[in-house]
Design a protein around this ligand. Structure first.
Ligand code: Z2T
Length: 816
């Protein structure tokens, strides 16, 4: 590097790295070793952000501004190191510094473990939103739980998913700042006791509780080169000292330690179910632990500003509930205001409704959270009382407005009757919030017209939409440096903080020279991925083939099975030589199945069995390859997405609330084959229908078919290729050692009604895949389509989403 100033920066970074290796880690800096120098670099980068972080947090206090609390049980931030380096604008400096030690920055980055504190889209969305809050300077915080074990580590053994522990904190993370002195007491169990206060009013207090402490652990989330660093506060459970007294007095030392250890289990592990919650006691304990700790922190900050009255609480605090997982917040804030602060019910309730807003992420009925009255009553007795009181007043009000409508009362009630009463958390979240939003236009429409139709009639204007977004910093600048550089060389780098600038690329879509550079970048990314696959799986793939990717959680509604049926159909056509001109494809799958989800796990086994048959068949050769990449995670997505030609977004219409992977692919120039579902609809709208491969029944078709008359068996009987593919699966072609192995999959399609309408969409899907192949052969056409996808994705920046939340829901503005 010629610039002497940069030289100085490199030299001082090098000094810092070696100082940290020696004085923070206590290691010999010579000879430079990768693992140690990686950590030395982490601490040196961290040092350079801490000042900005402290400064940002101080500026909130000084300006007494309204702050947003983004409450989420899940976050999937991905690796931090490169994110921090780029936020500081230090990439070249870091490359140079570690190169001088004989090390390679890209290799050091691979040393970092992924914090897997989430299941999928919901957790990743929370992290994109943190990035955008920091970059847009929206004052606020992320709040969550510091799980010791994140989402399980997936390996594939004999084609089956195996789950391993993800002990991501085994080696202390340099990014997690533990605030050992900063703890709140959290209560559970016990009972609610009535008493009379000095004015003679009946009040309640929660007594005879058990407790655990919540310790604050902080992670920095920097904005992009703007000096703003947002805080993400994750709580860790630490035992109280109560047990000691209790047990030690009885001389029971081991008993005391055991009780302490058990109480710390609260933050031990993330529940690995994405869309189907399980009514497990520990999970409710996690939710309340998180909520109670966060509200003590919120109130601590509120009190610090010496407000005379709680009436201004909603002018200081906006709380966003990321799905219903933190919805017990509503009862908790009521308990604090009524029991501890002695507000009247009416004023407390009005404060609540002005404070909370709730984002719904799914309409799948099995995914709507409920907790048994028995469990809440036992663990959180006072909260159950409060929920009953909220429900009582709410139903009273409904009864007055709609006399005689018992049906309405039953459908709106926070408590579902039946054997074992259940509290419906979504209903609690709706009545306790001022705004409820869905995550894409179609999804928000379904909330208003189907799922929460009666609520929408009751509260006109409460329901709204905020279409999801993704951060262009991670999903273009960081994940796809070659494409980012090409884009910047043509339109400048404004797109990094204002993604709408990408539209300037459209003018170059047909320019042969630009097209060629575009293709070169894509080819380079595909080669890099091929090398990764060879290294990880020992499977050779050809970068000249069409890279077709289906990567997301494994779930029946996402229809990986539809993709598999297409693969088998191609396979049969190749074998029977009935393909006139075949476009060689590599079909990638990746994703985790919930450990208790039998069908999803069987689908993984089927994909691997089909892969084995296809890849091992010499008649197929290069024309078709199937790859299942184990342990899908943020870092793997960053490697896969920039290399994709085709993005599979093929959920049953109406079932994928939004999808965000769909956005990441299109932003990186992949074309989408997809249904009219979730955000696909809006992506197609902006990229243009000519640049999107559409197929399948619409949401209203699905609704109609579900109302009766759908006959999958008839479709099976009348489609020769489909019948052949299904028969191969059900008769053991892919599992000769166990011919019945995949029967449950075929049964779900033929015997049990094909709820996800796989057969209904098969013919159109296969036909549209033919269209994909045809377009792929026309290089200039495909390249033009690819460029136009990237060029038109400006809308899907999470900066746009965050600014909509800020303006329309939180009523906060960016700091100056
Ligand atoms: C999740 O990732 C999503 C919804 C959930 O409903 C739970 C989880 Cl863990 C309770 C996903 C949606 O399936 C997806 O369509 C959406 O894009 C994403 O949330 C973010 O909104």
């Amino acid at each position: 590097m010629a610039n002497p100033e940069i030289n100085e920066i490199v030299e001082s970074l090098k000094d810092d790295i070696q100082r940290h290796v020696a004085l923070t880690l206590g290691s010999d800096p010579f000879p430079p070793r990768k693992g140690r120098y990686y950590l030395g670099l982490c601490y040196s980068v961290r040092d350079r952000l801490l000042g900005q972080w402290i400064e940002t947090q101080r500026s909130y206090y000084d300006s007494i501004t309204k702050r947003v609390y983004y409450m989420s049980l899940e976050f999937l931030p991905g690796r931090f190191l490169m994110n921090y380096i780029q936020a500081l604008g230090l990439e070249e400096v870091c490359r140079e510094a570690v190169r001088d030690f004989g090390l390679d920055l890209d290799e050091l980055l691979e040393e970092e473990w992924n914090p897997g504190l989430g299941n999928g889209g919901l957790g990743r969305l929370a992290s994109c939103y943190m990035d955008s809050m920091a970059t847009c300077k929206i004052p606020g915080y992320g709040y969550g739980i510091l799980y010791d074990y994140g989402i399980f580590y997936q390996t594939i053994v004999n084609g089956y998913q195996h789950e391993g522990c993800d002990n991501w904190l085994r080696q202390d993370s340099p990014w997690v700042l533990r605030r050992g002195h900063f703890m709140f007491r959290i209560n559970f169990y016990g009972r609610s006791e009535a008493y009379e206060d000095s004015a003679g009013h009946e009040r309640f207090r929660w007594v005879d509780t058990e407790s655990v402490m919540a310790m604050a652990c902080d992670i920095m989330v920097p904005g992009h080169q703007n000096g703003h660093v947002t805080n993400m506060r994750l709580w860790k459970a630490i035992s109280t000292r109560d047990f000691e007294l209790e047990h030690f007095n009885r001389g029971d030392y081991i008993g005391a330690v055991q009780a302490k250890v058990e109480s710390e289990n609260i933050s031990k592990v993330l529940y690995p179910n994405d869309t189907s919650p399980r009514g497990k006691e520990l999970r409710l304990r996690q939710q309340y632990f998180f909520v109670a700790a966060t509200f003590q922190d919120i109130l601590r900050r509120f009190r610090k500003n010496n407000y005379s009255s709680f009436d201004c609480f909603p002018d200081q605090v906006a709380v966003q509930l990321n799905d219903t997982h933190p919805a017990i917040s509503i009862a908790e804030l009521m308990r604090i205001l009524v029991d501890e602060e002695a507000l009247t019910w009416e004023s407390a309730w009005s404060i609540c409704q002005k404070t909370f807003s709730y984002t719904n992420h799914t309409v799948l009925p099995e995914a709507l959270e409920t907790w048994s009255v028995e469990l809440i009553g036992r663990m959180l007795p006072r909260h159950l009382q409060i929920i009953f009181e909220i429900n009582h007043r709410f139903l009273d009000d409904v009864g007055k407005r709609f006399p005689g409508r018992v049906d309405l009362l039953r459908s709106l009630s926070l408590v579902a009757e039946g054997d074992g009463k259940q509290v419906r958390m979504a209903h609690l979240a709706i009545v306790g919030s001022h705004t409820v939003n869905g995550v894409a236009e179609l999804h928000s429409q379904i909330l208003k017209t189907r799922l929460f139709k009666d609520f929408n009639a009751l509260y006109p204007g409460k329901f709204t939409n905020v279409t999801n977004g993704i951060t262009p910093r991670r999903w273009l600048m960081q994940a796809n440096p070659s494409l980012a550089e090409l884009i910047t060389s043509v339109i400048g780098d404004e797109w990094i903080h204002d993604l709408s600038h990408l539209s300037e690329l459209a003018a170059h879509a047909d320019d042969p020279e630009f097209q060629q550079r575009w293709q070169e970048v894509r080819k380079r990314n595909k080669k890099l991925l091929a090398r990764y696959v060879l290294r990880k799986l020992g499977v050779g793939i050809n970068p000249a083939t069409l890279f077709d990717m289906h990567i997301k959680r494994i779930h029946e509604y996402k229809r990986q099975i539809l993709n598999v049926l297409h693969v088998i159909t191609l396979y049969n056509r190749i074998r029977s030589e009935s393909l006139e001109h075949h476009v060689p494809r590599t079909v990638f799958f990746a994703g985790k199945a919930a450990p208790g989800y039998f069908q999803a796990k069987l689908i993984i086994k089927l994909i691997n069995s089909v892969a084995q048959a296809v890849n091992g068949d010499s008649a197929v050769g290069n024309d078709l390859r199937v790859v299942f990449l184990p342990n899908y995670c943020v870092s793997q997505a960053e490697k896969l997405i920039p290399a994709a030609d085709l993005s599979e977004q093929i959920s049953t219409a109406g079932m994928e609330a939004s999808g965000t992977g769909n956005m990441k692919f299109a932003l990186n120039g992949a074309l989408t084959i997809g249904t009219l579902d979730g955000a696909n609809i809006e992506i197609r709208e902006v990229v243009g229908e000519d640049n999107f491969f559409l197929f399948g029944h619409t949401e209203s078709d699905v609704h109609r078919l579900h109302s009766g008359g759908y006959d999958p068996v008839q479709i099976y009987e009348s489609n020769i290729e489909l019948k052949k593919a299904l028969d191969m699966i059900s008769t053991g072609f892919f599992s000769p050692e166990a011919p019945d192995l995949f029967r449950p999959i075929v049964d779900s399609l033929l015997a049990h009604g094909d709820y996800y309408l796989v057969l209904a969409d098969y013919a159109k899907y296969v036909a549209e895949q033919g269209n994909v192949s045809k377009c792929y052969e026309d290089r200039p056409l495909w390249t033009r389509m690819s460029i136009l996808n990237t060029a038109n994705m400006g809308k899907f920046s999470s900066d746009r989403s965050i600014m909509e939340y800020a303006r329309n829901i939180w009523n906060v503005s960016p700091l100056a």
